[in-house]
Design a protein around this ligand. Structure first.
Ligand code: NAP
Length: 338
């Protein structure tokens, strides 16, 4: 038995990573279909040693019915095609911002609120990359001490803006300093703006504010983000200062609480993006307890994997486990614990 799975936006920075992550996962895939625009239709990607041809995305294909479709082709494509697929009975895992704040659509980081997937069918939203790594580093502290305020500055990799952004960055490294994707030159520079401004707050910052509250199921958490693009190819970093409602017992307890988070790895030494690119964990270092209610930490993760593809594949795995008799050998105990 296996699933019929499709990836929409398969030729993009995230889509390619989804195919890689899916290949290495235990998800039983009996049929994999890849979709993109006319621009790259006909290209092939390798999945488990087999060449799979990229097809043009059509409404007809979305009506076919899949077990799972992973969307990663931008919000406009998701708005048009994801509801058609969901209508046909497919569980859609959407990586875009199109449905994240729709109240009845679950916004899922499986380690935190994966239980929302039980009995659910339709569109599931995958959160923003910066939000996923931040909430994974913080959710256990929230459970224990109740987060009240989060001040975060991000250091976001160019790959977070997609394939064209990486090409622009590489062109600039080679000496051509013109820019089209980013609002300034990014090579040898930093840009304190990601997305358009609305009420002085950037689109990326609004995502961190709203999505954090939805995932942690707390309207009272105040998030104060500054999102910044840096000349790093892969791996977002974040400097976080957070305040809790209840006093933190000790530095040791804080460290243990953060470390108890699933898929979180603590570092005594510093940790940087090039060291974590290519893995599926959230890396936390520089933990400081400033006073009983205030602590700081440094959080690093691969934006294409933890922040996008891996989270989507983890949603698929957990959804299939919670909604069928299927149990992946190595994860039986893990699911029971959630
Ligand atoms: P990307 O590298 O620009 O890739 C975009 C993909 O979408 C390509 O496969 C492209 O196909 C396809 N596409 C574009 N327009 C299409 C259309 N009209 N019909 C069918 N396919 C179309 O972008 P990305 O970075 O992978 O991001 C994709 C989505 O994931 C975005 O919504 C983004 O916000 C979100 N996301 C990205 C990250 C990240 O770290 N990069 C993290 C979280 C979420 P062609 O090859 O044919 O152009």
């Amino acid at each position: 038995m296996g699933f019929k799975v499709g990836v929409v936006g398969a030729t993009g920075a995230v889509g390619r990573t989804m195919v890689e992550v899916l290949e290495k996962s235990e998800v039983p895939v009996s049929e994999l279909r890849l979709f993109a625009s006319e621009r790259s239709a006909g290209q092939t990607l390798t999945f488990k040693g087999v060449q799979v041809k990229v097809e043009v995305l059509t409404e007809e294909a979305m009506r076919e019915g899949f077990d799972y479709l992973l969307f990663s082709a931008g919000a406009d494509v998701s708005r048009r095609y994801a509801p058609i697929a969901a209508q046909a009975g497919t569980t859609v895992i959407d990586n875009s911002s199109a449905f994240r704040m729709v109240p009845e659509i679950p916004l899922v980081v499986p380690e935190i609120n994966g239980k929302l997937l039980k009995g659910y069918h339709g569109i599931v939203a995958n959160p923003n990359c910066s939000t996923i790594q931040m909430v994974l580093a913080l959710y256990r502290v929230h459970d224990r001490y109740h987060l009240h305020e989060i001040f975060v500055s991000t250091y976001q990799a160019v790959s977070g803006a997609g394939h064209k952004a990486v090409v622009e960055y590489e062109r600039q490294l080679a000496g051509d300093t013109t820019h089209a994707v980013f609002p300034r030159q990014i090579a040898h520079n930093v840009i304190p703006l990601i997305g358009d401004l609305k009420d002085d707050i950037s689109q990326e910052e609004w995502k961190m504010i709203n999505e954090t509250r939805k995932i942690l199921n707390s309207r009272s958490i105040a998030v104060f983000p500054t999102t910044v693009r840096v000349p790093v190819r892969v791996g977002h970093s974040e400097s976080v200062v957070a305040r809790t409602l209840f006093p933190i017992m000790s530095k040791e307890d804080l460290v243990e609480t953060i470390a108890s988070g699933e898929d979180v790895i603590l570092h005594d030494d510093i940790v940087t993006p090039v060291e974590v690119a290519g893995d599926d964990y959230v890396h936390v270092g520089r933990i400081r307890l400033f006073d009983a209610h205030t602590f700081g930490l440094w959080v690093v993760a691969d934006n294409l994997r933890v922040g996008a593809a891996t989270n989507a594949v983890r949603i698929l795995k957990l959804h299939s486990q919670l909604n069928s008799d299927l149990v992946f050998e190595s994860e039986a105990t893990e699911v029971e614990g959630r």
